[in-house]
Design a protein. Structure first.
Length: 238
C-alpha cells in the first residue's frame, strides 16, 4: 500500500494501458488522475497539483518532452517518463527538459511501482529535511568567496543572487562541495546522490552538473569550480 494518499497523474494515450495503471495504482492507495494528450495533462496538473507524473513521450498534439518542459516551469513534482523507444538520445532529451527517471516499454507493473515509490520517497525525505533540519544543518553555511550554500534553507547564493535549486541539484552540489578537491566518479555520484535503485544512467550527472555550472560559473563553458576530470567524473575546486 502507498505510504500516504499521494496524487499521481498518468499521461498516456493508450487507453488500455491507462486503465491498467489507474486500476493498479488506486489499489495501492494512490489518488490517480489521467490524461490522454498533452494539453489535457497540463490542465489536469494545474488543477490537481500531482505529487508525481507518469508521462508518455509519444502523445498526440504536444509530445511528452514539451509537456515536461512546461510542467517544470511551475512544478517540482518528479516526472517519470515512458517510451517505446530505446535510443539514448531520448533519455538525454528527457533529462534535459527536467525528467527525473525513465522507463522503456514494455515494463512490468512491479518495476513501475518500484520507480514511483523511490521517487516519492526522495521527495518526502527532502521535505522532511527542509522542515526539521538538524542543529548542525540549521546553522551551517558553506561559503566560498561569492558562493554561499545555505543548508537549512537549501538555497544557493552566487554574486548576491539567490537560486532555489531542484532537490537533486542541491544534493549534488553539497556532495561535491563536501568532497572538494577529490575526483568523484559518475557512478559514485549516482550511488550517493540518486541512490542505488536509480536507473537513469550517468548522463543524469552530466546534465545536473551543466545546470549547476550555469548558476555558479562566471563562464559555464570554461568552468573553474565544477571541473571535469576526463573519463572519470568531476571535482569541486573551493
Amino acid at each position: 500500500m502507498a505510504d500516504d494518499k499521494s496524487k499521481i497523474l498518468i499521461v498516456e494515450d493508450e487507453r488500455t494501458l491507462v486503465e491498467t495503471l489507474e486500476y493498479s495504482l488506486r489499489r495501492q492507495g494512490y489518488e490517480v488522475y489521467t490524461a490522454t494528450d498533452g494539453r489535457l495533462a497540463l490542465d489536469v496538473a494545474a488543477k490537481h497539483q500531482p505529487d508525481l507524473v507518469v508521462l508518455d513521450v509519444m502523445l498526440p498534439g504536444i509530445d511528452g518532452f514539451e509537456v515536461c518542459r512546461i510542467l517544470r516551469q511551475t512544478s517540482s513534482a518528479p516526472v517519470l517518463m515512458l517510451t517505446a523507444r530505446t535510443e539514448e538520445i531520448d533519455k538525454i532529451v528527457g533529462l534535459e527538459v527536467g525528467a527525473d527517471d525513465y522507463l522503456t516499454k514494455p515494463f512490468s507493473m512491479r518495476e513501475l511501482t518500484a520507480r514511483i515509490k523511490a521517487l516519492l520517497r526522495r521527495v518526502r525525505l527532502d521535505r522532511e529535511e527542509m522542515a526539521a533540519p538538524t542543529p548542525e544543518v540549521a546553522t551551517q553555511k558553506m561559503v566560498f568567496d561569492n558562493l554561499v550554500i545555505d543548508l537549512s534553507r537549501r538555497e544557493l547564493t552566487y554574486n548576491g543572487q539567490v537560486f532555489h535549486l531542484k532537490p537533486k541539484e542541491f544534493d549534488l552540489l553539497v556532495f561535491l562541495v563536501r568532497n572538494r578537491g577529490i575526483v568523484l566518479s559518475r557512478d559514485l555520484i549516482l550511488e550517493r546522490v540518486w541512490g542505488w535503485e536509480f536507473d537513469g544512467g550517468s548522463r543524469t550527472v552530466d546534465v545536473h552538473v551543466r545546470w549547476l555550472r550555469e548558476k555558479i560559473e562566471a563562464d559555464p563553458s570554461n568552468p573553474t569550480r565544477l571541473v571535469t576530470v576526463r573519463s572519470i567524473g568531476y571535482r569541486f575546486e573551493g
